[in-house]
Design a protein around this ligand. Structure first.
Ligand code: ADP
Length: 421
């Protein structure tokens, strides 16, 4: 089915994931910075309150000895002796706020001096730090999760969205001109898809109208052409049956009859090309009969040129195919073989589902060979043909799934091979 490539789905999903990454990322960043600020303020406040408490307590009870708690360490320094007893990381600090690391532990320190006495409060922020790290990890994890979830969700959602379009594309690709089909617009379709479906239906009906007009024209034209042709052929037959007809006139009438036959054949082929339709039913066809019929109109020319006609087709070789189609193909190939051969042979053979029409004629040069099946393409030939014969042959072969190949070399002759499936 001609579906929509996963590219579109993936692009929608990626766009959604990117949008989500930006929004959640920005939100996470804001939250993280705000919490850091909040934590700093809280820490400051905590340390200041502890300091206030220490100073107040000491002023009330001069002999007060601060007790170390799990996070706080407080010291009161009144003289050099007490100064010397301070832990190393506090010893040289002046009044104010400080941050110090002892090993891996971080301390927020506040030093205050009042009435010649120094107060030290150190707060171990390890716990805060750990919580901060955890929060950071949480922000990262939620950004990642939100991105992945939105990617998956976006992929699924866009799948749902394009499903109607792919389904419509599938039905459009199965439409065959001239055949009845179900309406493309269906209830439940999204308005855009319904619009697309209606546009396709409109286009399809215009194509059908065009085909109908063209078919009418071709069948009218062929009828108009066939009637006078039949009149010519009947008159020729009547003239040829007249014993009083002189030898010279008889040859001329036979020539007119042959040309009219050829014209009737060409009209049928042109109709096939114009309509691209089957020429009729598939039936068992004796190849030898069809070959004989295709050769018949050319016997005169074969005899005139003194060509050896070699037919190697078993009488019981029967294929299931459309007789007029094979007749047209063989007619064109045999005509070319006879026309482009001045001496030597024209050979028609059938074996192992391969039908060959070979000749010892002028051959086709390598630069023309790949194009001989194109419409109106003619290799160098002064005697004007239409350049349509092989195009018709190819079209018919393609239509019925017959494989056609040609091997040819200048002055060595050509072999046209049809392989039936
Ligand atoms: P036409 O014969 O009307 O020119 P065709 O489509 O039948 O058109 O052939 C296309 C060209 O292929 C011819 O012009 C001719 O040059 C070349 N050709 C076809 N069959 C043969 C052949 N058996 N031997 C040599 N040339 C050929």
């Amino acid at each position: 089915m001609a579906g929509i490539k996963p590219g579109l789905r993936l692009r929608v999903a990626l766009a959604l994931a990117l949008a989500c990454l930006l929004v959640v990322g920005a939100l996470g960043f804001t939250l993280y910075t705000a919490s850091e600020d909040l934590e700093d303020t809280l820490l400051d406040q905590l340390v200041s309150e502890e300091m206030d408490f220490l100073v107040k307590r000491h002023q009330q009870i001069p002999a007060y000895l601060p007790q170390p708690s799990s996070n706080f360490q407080s010291y009161i320094v009144r003289d050099a002796q007490e100064q010397a007893r301070l832990p190393d990381y506090l010893r040289n600090l002046g009044p104010g706020r400080h941050e110090r690391f002892v090993g891996k532990d971080e301390f927020q320190i506040l030093v205050r001096e009042e009435n010649g006495i120094r107060y030290y409060v150190a707060y171990e922020v390890g716990l805060y730090e750990q919580r901060e790290q955890e929060f950071k990890l949480l922000v990262w994890l939620s950004v990642l999760t939100a991105t992945l979830v939105s990617l998956a969700l976006g992929y699924w959602l866009s799948g749902v969205l394009v499903r109607q379009v792919t389904e419509l594309a599938g039905r459009v690709s199965e439409l065959k001109p001239g055949q009845r089909h179900e309406a493309l617009a269906r209830p439940g379709q999204g308005p855009e898809v319904a619009l697309l479906a209606r546009a396709f239906e409109d286009y399809q009906s215009r194509i059908e109208q065009m085909i109908r007009r063209e078919q009418e024209f071709t069948s009218n034209a062929s009828h108009e052409l066939r009637t006078p042709l039949t009149a010519i052929r009947t008159s020729c037959e009547m003239l040829l049956a007249d014993p009083a007809l002189g030898e010279k006139s008889r040859a001329r009438v036979a020539w007119i009859d042959e040309a009219a036959d050829r014209m009737a054949e060409q009209i049928q082929a042109l109709l096939f090309l114009a309509r691209g339709q089957a020429l009729g039913e598939i039936e068992p066809v004796a190849l030898a009969d069809c070959v004989a019929e295709a050769i018949e109109p050319h016997r005169g020319e074969i005899a005139r040129k003194g060509l050896a006609l070699e037919i190697d087709v078993a009488r019981d070789a029967v294929l299931e195919l459309n007789y007029p189609a094979l007749r047209l193909v063989l007619g064109n190939l045999v005509r070319n073989a006879v026309h482009y051969t001045e001496r030597g042979f024209v050979r028609i053979g059938y074996a192992a589902r391969d039908l060959t029409v070979a000749d010892s004629g002028s051959g086709i040069s390598p630069e023309h060979l790949p194009r001989v099946f194109e419409r109106f393409y003619r290799a160098a030939d002064p005697d004007g043909g239409s350049g349509l014969g092989l195009a018709i042959v190819k079209r018919i072969c393609d239509h019925y799934g017959w494989k056609i190949e040609v091997e040819s070399a200048p002055m060595k002759g050509s072999v046209f091979r049809i392989t039936f499936p």
